[in-house]
Design a protein around this ligand. Structure first.
Ligand code: SF4
Length: 408
């Protein structure tokens, strides 16, 4: 939460005025980050909208071959990377041998810059000592564990297939290996209450985490949980209750030294996820694998989500790109503001925004800034815009207003 106060008139007059556009900042052109996708899961959780597959583990070896080919043929030489994020799916669903192969692919296809961050997502039910040792040996620095809840009823409602004890065991293994770790939690699962959510927070704080991601449950269209909601078989938690769970999360984690640095992410200072900060700055990143998104030099593209189709196309030397869109400079500026405002602690710095986009924030969003400052959703100290506490609660609405910049 920001404590920045609104700008006084005299401060406003000192807002830096830029009369020359800077040279294009290379961070939106040249990626220093890559996302790699491993789609395999033991089963499909009810709320899952990700590019994940269950019951197709027999395709894992062919998938790793295809992934290596996709990376190799997309890049002229070994790119130097500062961050890698391996998501899924469940990367640790791969066998120990396959995980070893996968890590070799990463080491063979990318050059990792000194001090790099390499995160891998793991399902607590699929992590064991051997796999953690493989990750540590290959230089993974951070494990993101999909805990979601410590409440058996909530895990059942979300159709997760791990038990709370798996989370404790996984944290222990990752800690012993000297890796950083983070936990994902979901609040607002059907049947949850203030009591169960506070109990989850008690438990997670008992583990002394340095990074947590806490999301409100979303009933994504087409998922099993969404279908059950449509059929009246699931009762969602009340909106006010969910908002109060979110507020409780912010307050309790902040009191424990885990500051909210993005609307769903909390960390001790220096333990923020650098890879995700790349997304929220709208910097460039590569994306490889099934359904993976990439954003390079203003071109946003997403790979196809059909696993056999992905492997087949790569084997035939065909493109695996699905939907893509080239953003105009103005669209890119709109996206940049929309993403940056999510950074609750950093906000949108006027000078930074100009350097990244070539546009002055006030020229594109003057009326939006004035509207949300007067309704108390943002604060403005003359240099930086932040969401206020009230704005954090309505972050999606505020961010949506930045998608349509004024044509300068
Ligand atoms: S483990 Fe994660 S990716 Fe796999 S089905 Fe469940 S929510 Fe989706």
């Amino acid at each position: 939460m920001t404590t920045a106060r609104p700008a006084s008139d005299s401060e406003r007059s000192s807002i830096p005025v830029f009369d020359q556009r800077p040279a294009e900042h290379p961070s939106w052109i040249v990626p220093r980050s890559a996302y790699l996708h491993i789609p395999f899961c033991a089963h499909k959780c009810g709320y899952c909208d990700f590019a994940s597959v269950a019951g197709q583990d027999d395709l894992a070896d062919a998938y790793l071959d295809a992934l290596r080919h996709e990376i190799r043929r997309s890049l002229d030489d070994l790119p130097s990377l500062d961050t890698i994020f391996v998501g899924g799916g469940t990367p640790t669903r791969l066998s120990a041998l396959q995980l070893e192969r996968f890590c070799d692919i990463v080491r063979d296809t990318f050059r990792l810059l000194p001090g790099y961050e390499w995160t891998i997502e793991a399902n607590p039910g699929t992590l064991d000592r051997d796999k953690v040792a493989i990750l540590a040996r290959h230089g993974v620095t951070r494990v993101s564990l999909g805990a979601q809840s410590f409440d058996s009823d909530a895990l059942a409602a979300l159709e997760r297939n791990h038990a709370p004890r798996d989370v404790f065991r996984s944290v222990e293994l990752v800690r012993e290996a000297g890796l950083k770790w983070s936990l994902d939690l979901i609040f607002g699962a059907p049947g949850s209450s203030t009591r169960t959510w506070n109990s989850d927070l008690d438990t997670v704080l008992g583990l002394a985490p340095y990074h947590l991601s806490c999301y409100g449950l979303v009933y994504e269209k087409g998922t099993e949980l969404w279908k059950r909601l449509q059929a009246g078989l699931v009762e969602p938690v009340d909106e006010d209750l969910e908002a109060s769970m979110y507020e409780t999360t912010i307050d309790r984690l902040s009191a424990a030294g885990l500051d909210q640095y993005e609307i769903s992410n909390y960390a001790k200072s220096g333990f923020e996820c650098r890879h995700n900060l790349v997304y929220w700055r709208n910097d460039a990143y590569y994306g490889f694998g099934l359904g993976a998104a990439r954003y390079v030099a203003g071109l946003r593209a997403t790979n196809i989500r059909d696993l056999p189709g992905y492997i087949r196309r790569i084997e035939r030397g065909e493109d695996v790109t699905g939907p893509s869109e080239r953003l105009s400079p103005l669209e890119r500026a709109g996206e940049t503001a929309t993403l940056m405002i999510r950074r609750t602690s950093i906000g949108i710095g006027r000078a930074d925004f100009f350097i990244r986009t070539g546009f002055e924030l006030d020229a594109l969003f003057g009326p939006v800034l004035r509207k949300h400052e007067s309704n108390g959703l943002i604060s403005d100290d003359g240099h930086t815009i932040h969401l206020t506490r009230k704005g954090i609660m309505l972050a999606d609405c505020v961010a949506a207003d930045f998608t349509e910049p004024i044509q300068p």
